[in-house]
Design a protein around this ligand. Structure first.
Ligand code: UDX
Length: 443
């Protein structure tokens, strides 16, 4: 009798912080014998030459025909509407042609919700991959309830108060504070699926966010697998959309141990010119060496670093390096890096944790404010940055020099140890991945 075989169709979102964990997951599942198809939009497509064992399915997204999107909701809706028909057609063809013993399972990023709908329509099992922190879930789930009770939009007087239902989070840490309520509700509607999938994978660790995971399990009532940090599960070729400037590594080699502050605000954040200028002054005045990633187009109204006055650039070059995109995981693992000034995207948070690097937290939106609060208040391996003249250099020195920084480093290293245990044989994430494989075989 022919052996049953599985084809997993992984539907990746075109955002860097979502594509990377999906490709790591795909590499792991391929190592377990599954055939892998990566379905992706034309926008921000992965490089197939880095993954020769996968099949790639490019979904026409027609995004280039639209010059500007008013909101992220419009972007996501258009992306989903446009990718859906080709995906459906491809699956119908595959199901018609497939051999009797081949099963198809859809694994999709929760932002690519069309894949879940198509799977449901065609009677295929579907599994969601969540790339944000688990603690983000209770923080978004509560927003509609707060709105009904008149606590959202949040009044200025409440911002510093703790949200009683969330214990750790202040109102200011909630997503969408200061944004139009209608927009908030539309995003929440999009990212909390109405029809539960067969199972959910979360790129987190069991010990890290136990209370949020309990709430998630209560809410969904489907198997939840905690499989993070996915970037440490199996070696995977580069997943960057932008070219990594590796010249920073020999530069780091010349710096003293734990002396460098690494600054990167992720792949999406658009930063105000004034804020970027304050960051520059803070770095220059801190008198510490620094490596600063300024992603092209990330400073509003500028192509790259033209917003910096000539005198400031000269001042900065004496002590630091500015690049367009860095090999971040390698940078964080480097002996010279003593602190990571980050927007607290979830991948950056996990990467810093895995390398035991304390963080300076400057969150923008979504789960970043929640992650920042956990880093500084619960895990105590980070401090919040106030972007003001004088404050920045003080906070850099707090982390890199002195007793408080030493204690933070100690806690970051304890965290690193726990994460390492979780991904090795017998650890919680390792076990969870093995259970996931058995689960898929059972579908
Ligand atoms: C987005 C959201 O902002 C975040 O809150 C959510 O958790 C995931 O999606 P993003 O801005 O992409 O995050 O940040 P993050 O999740 O930290 O991912 C950025 C990725 O880009 C990381 O894997 C990081 O290693 C990589 N990176 C960043 C580089 O490789 N080089 C760089 O110079 C900067």
């Amino acid at each position: 009798m022919a052996e049953r075989r599985w084809r997993l169709v992984l539907t990746a979102s075109p955002l860097q912080g979502h594509m990377t964990p999906m490709l790591h997951l795909a590499t792991f599942l391929h190592s377990k014998g599954f055939s892998i198809t990566i379905a992706h939009s034309e926008f921000n497509r992965p490089d197939p030459s880095n993954h020769p064992h996968f099949t790639f399915l490019s979904l026409p997204d027609n995004l280039s025909a639209i010059s500007d999107f008013a909101t992220a909701v419009q972007f996501l809706q258009t992306l989903n509407d446009n990718c859906s028909p080709h995906f459906r057609e491809h699956l119908i063809q595959t199901m018609m042609m497939k051999k009797d013993k081949e099963s198809i399972v859809i694994v999709y990023d929760n932002l690519m919700f069309f894949a879940g709908s198509v799977a449901g329509d065609l009677g295929l099992p579907s599994i969601i991959l969540r790339t944000s922190s688990a603690s983000f879930f209770p923080a978004i789930k509560i927003v509609p309830q707060l709105r009904q009770q008149g606590r959202f939009p949040v009044q200025a007087s409440l911002l510093q108060e703790i949200v009683p239902e969330l214990h750790l989070l202040r109102y200011k840490d909630l997503p969408f504070v200061g944004l139009p309520i209608q927009y908030a509700l539309e995003v929440i509607n999009m990212i909390i699926p109405k029809t539960p999938p067969s199972a959910i994978l979360w790129n987190t660790l069991e010990f890290l966010e136990p209370s949020a995971l309990t709430q998630i399990r209560d809410h969904y009532q489907v198997p939840i697998f905690t499989v993070g940090p996915l970037h440490k599960i199996i070696p995977t070729p580069s997943t960057s959309f932008l070219e990594e400037d590796t010249s920073c590594i020999p530069w780091l080699d010349k710096q003293a141990p734990r002396s460098v502050i690494y600054v990167s605000l992720g792949s999406i954040a658009n930063v105000d010119e004034k804020v970027s200028t304050e960051i520059a002054w803070g770095l220059a005045n801190s008198k510490q060496p620094f490596l600063w990633v300024v992603r092209p187009g990330s400073v509003q109204g500028f192509e790259w670093i033209e917003f910096l006055a000539d005198g400031l650039v000269t001042e900065m070059k004496m002590r630091g390096l500015i690049v367009k995109w860095a090999p971040q995981k390698e940078v964080l693992a480097h002996f010279a890096v003593g602190g990571f000034w980050s927007h607290c995207g979830w991948n950056s948070t996990l990467e810093s944790m895995f390398e035991g690097v304390p963080m300076l937290c400057q969150p923008f939106e979504l789960d970043q404010k929640v992650n920042s609060r956990y880093l500084s208040y619960v895990w105590k391996m980070g401090v919040e940055v106030v972007v003001e003249r004088g404050e920045i250099e003080r906070v850099i020195r707090r982390v890199l020099v002195g007793k408080e920084g030493e204690e933070m480093k100690q806690r970051a290293m304890e965290m690193q140890e726990k994460v390492k245990v979780a991904v090795t044989h017998g650890g919680s994430s390792h076990n969870s991945l093995e259970e996931l494989v058995q689960y898929i075989f059972s579908l």
